[in-house]
Design a protein around this ligand. Sequence first.
Ligand SMILES: [Zn+2]
Length: 129
Amino acid sequence: MNLLKEIQNLVTDRSINPILRERILLLKDSVVKLTDENGDLKKEVLCLKAEVRHLIEKLSQKEKEMKNYITQIEQNTVSDPDDKCPYCKKYTGQLLKIEPHKTYADAGFKTGFYECSNCHKQYDKEIGN
Ligand SMILES: [Zn+2]
């Protein structure tokens, strides 16, 4: 049922009381205004829905990135501590201490002193800055 059409029919009905007709015309104005507002709100809801969808996509993308990042950190944490031993070639070199490099300390270089937990040899190597 079209509300505005119904109101129009009421207004043009000659048997209707003139005072009632005035009141109906006022109601008609309100209905027109509310219909416009409703249309605007519908458009706004559509825009907001699209925006929410976009934000959810962005959020799930960020979540993926974060998970990848965490996985990377976890892998690095597990594989980092042991150095490759230059003698037995196993990743069993344990860092004992770090000292400033004898020649290039000013450039930020350091020397790491290691002991291999497999062959028990000691070695040192340059660590960049
Ligand atoms: Zn070794």
